[in-house]
Design a protein around this ligand. Structure first.
Ligand code: ADP
Length: 332
């Protein structure tokens, strides 16, 4: 059976982009593959969270994973830092990752642009750590959003380079996986680009947002003054809202508002109200499970202990084999 590996950074609450871009695939995949899902707390260290924040966000992401439907009996759910072998493999793989290729990574360049005062080495080698998350379990399928495709290309490069260097076929190639043909990109509410935590609270609908908060955020979402001629191309902000509707509403609802837009009869107030109600409905089951699970400390601990043990067993086997391949053998 093929192995699936995927992680989400523990930088806060999960939003609809995480849910439709990653988690909904996780839930389906657990019935078909050997799945490892983890909370990438080591990756989140690049932004120096306080210890208290780090712990709170890790717990939060675990709760939201479970609430979204990941079943700890079917999948291995664990916290990245509970498996120190990942950090060991990261050290080895860093030796075969070159400055030039790391500096050319789009996500690195974006981070340098947005945070010029915090260009640390962890940020540069972020794709190496991500590759190790996958390679440590011999993952071949990786359910991620579109923005992660380049990281997977780098993962394949590092795996092939290791194989070449040590004249082995030890690591396999991993590919992005999505059930839909194209990788999903959920737009944000600020009128530009994909939904993302880094774009601020108002850009995101969080899985834990109450119906009132969802309604407020949608009503405030950026749109425009409305179409002025029939069948106009929609500006990005408006197209984004339609794309969100595509995600949470029925096809009929979408066609209805699309027709109104094309005939210049759309009223954004009505359109947004419908979008908000459909969004409340789509997220309700997850939200109610979040409220239940977050109270249950014993359950969370049990899940993470079981997950850590399974992930450690898999990682320890890989590290032992990697050490042997590399010649890291004890002389005593
Ligand atoms: P953020 O962009 O908010 O920081 P992360 O980078 O932690 O979120 O993303 C975790 C997972 O969710 C990744 O697989 C990523 O591709 C996916 N993802 C995040 N935002 C979106 C989005 N707007 N649309 C689709 N997938 C997304």
């Amino acid at each position: 059976m093929e192995t699936v590996v995927s992680g989400i950074r523990s930088t806060g609450k999960l939003h609809l982009g995480n849910y439709y871009g990653a988690l909904s695939n996780f839930v389906k995949m657990q019935n078909e593959y050997n799945c490892f899902f983890f909370i990438a707390d080591l990756h989140s260290l690049t932004t120096h969270p306080t210890p208290q924040d780090l712990q709170a966000t890790v717990r939060n992401v675990v709760v939201e994973y479970l609430a979204a439907g990941i079943d700890p009996e079917k999948s291995t759910i664990y916290v990245q830092s509970d498996v120190p072998e990942v950090a060991e493999l990261y050290l080895y793989m860093n030796m075969n990752a070159y400055m030039g290729e790391l500096e050319r990574s789009t996500s690195f360049k974006d981070k340098v642009r947005s945070n010029p005062d915090n260009v640390n080495a962890g940020l540069l080698t972020y794709p190496v750590l991500m590759a190790c998350d996958i390679l440590i379990h011999h993952g071949t399928k990786v359910p991620v959003g579109k923005d992660q495709e380049q990281h997977l290309e780098m993962t394949r490069t590092f795996a092939n380079r290791f194989n070449h260097l040590y004249n082995t076929a030890y690591f396999q190639e991993a590919f992005a996986f999505s059930y839909s043909e194209k990788l999903v990109k959920v737009p944000g509410l600020s009128g530009q680009g994909k939904m993302g935590k880094s774009n601020g609270e108002a850009d995101c609908i969080y899985l834990s947002d109450s119906p009132e908060v969802i309604r407020k955020k949608i009503m405030r979402a950026v749109s425009d003054a409305g179409p002025t001629a029939p069948n106009q191309t929609k500006p990005e902000a408006v197209q984004n809202l339609f794309d969100l509707m595509k995600v949470v509403s029925t096809a009929d609802t979408l066609t209805h508002f699309d027709d109104l837009y094309n005939s210049c009869a759309i009223r954004y107030g009505d359109f947004k109200k419908q979008l908000a109600e459909d969004m409340v409905l789509a997220t309700e089951p997850v939200r109610s499970r979040i409220l239940e699970i977050e109270k249950d400390d014993a359950y969370i601990q049990k899940v993470l202990k079981m997950g850590a043990e399974k992930a450690q067993a898999s990682a320890q086997k890989t590290i032992k084999e990697v050490r042997e391949i590399m010649g890291l053998k004890r002389l005593y």
